[in-house]
Design a binder for this molecule. Structure first.
Ligand code: ADP
Ligand code: MG
Length: 252
């Protein structure tokens, strides 16, 4: 496993408050890496520092061989960062928005091919504001790919989406990884992390308290004697919802 991101003893203070308290971890090339933890744990702060969008207080960060302290510009060129939906001009259509991004990155891309990848080809001429929540999220993930990054950062990409839109996004994120891009994702949905992530780091109050594959974390918990209250039904309400409203990946 070759590390593509290496974080050493990262600390971040906002005034007197230490939001990140000396964390150390690596992300391997080609994996989907999850950063989990309750609100306020320090996940977004950590991501934004690696994305070069926020200053750190101390620590060392290497991204694909580039030191953040001396080569932030080189790091910017090889990463894709998801904008919050509010960052898009609502009145432009998808083709116009892609063109805008190509200008910003000083690159060219086949816009239809990109839209095809996120299943939005037939919405190319639709305005951003006319799309559903899931479509907006798929589009914003597409825009992270415009500069053909080695690594993309997704901060809670599925928050607020309905079950099918969430599954659509899982499919997309797996496809992006299959193309060779490393993915770092935060999520509050543990089923999502279990489904998508090779490894997860669990953060709490600015510290990493576990880092492992979901499978190993679950096995360790079971080995410690943990037992779930007995499951009495072999389906849950989400299964009902998906059965009633259509197949897993139905188009919105
Ligand atoms: P998470 O993404 O895990 O919810 P954040 O990284 O957003 O956590 O926040 C970690 C802590 O840092 C929280 O207590 C939050 O209130 C605080 N924090 C985040 N951004 C700022 C800021 N710009 N100024 C002051 N405190 C901040
Ligand atoms: Mg956050």
């Amino acid at each position: 496993m070759k590390p593509i991101i290496s974080v050493q003893d990262l600390k971040k203070k906002y005034g007197k408050f230490e939001a990140v308290k000396g964390i150390t971890f690596e992300v391997y090339e080609g994996e989907i890496f999850g950063l989990l933890g309750p609100n306020g744990a320090g996940k977004s702060t950590t991501l934004e520092i690696i994305e070069t969008l926020r200053d750190k207080s101390s620590g060392k960060i290497i991204v694909d061989g580039h030191d953040l302290d001396t080569d932030a510009e080189k790091i910017k060129k090889i990463i894709g960062v998801q904008l919050q939906a509010a960052g898009f001009y609502p009145g432009l259509n998808l083709l116009e928005l892609i063109e805008l991004f190509c200008g910003l990155y000083n690159t060219k891309i086949d816009a239809y091919e990109l839209l095809e990848m996120v299943n939005l080809k037939d919405k190319a001429k639709n305005k951003f504001k006319e799309m559903s929540g899931g479509q907006k999220q798929r589009f914003s993930i597409a825009t992270t790919l415009i500069n053909k990054p080695k690594i993309i950062f997704l901060d809670e990409p599925t928050t607020g989406l309905d079950p099918q839109a969430r599954r659509n996004l899982w499919d997309l994120i797996q496809n992006i990884r299959t193309e060779g891009t490393t993915v770092i994702i935060t999520t509050h949905y543990m089923d999502e992390a279990e489904y998508l992530c090779e490894r997860v780091a669990i953060m709490d109050e600015g510290k990493i308290i576990a880092i492992e594959s979901p499978d190993k974390l679950i096995d360790d918990l079971v080995a410690s004697g943990f037992e779930r209250p007995k499951v009495t039904k072999s389906a849950n309400l989400e299964d009902v919802f998906i059965q009633l409203t259509g197949k897993d990946f139905r188009e919105e």
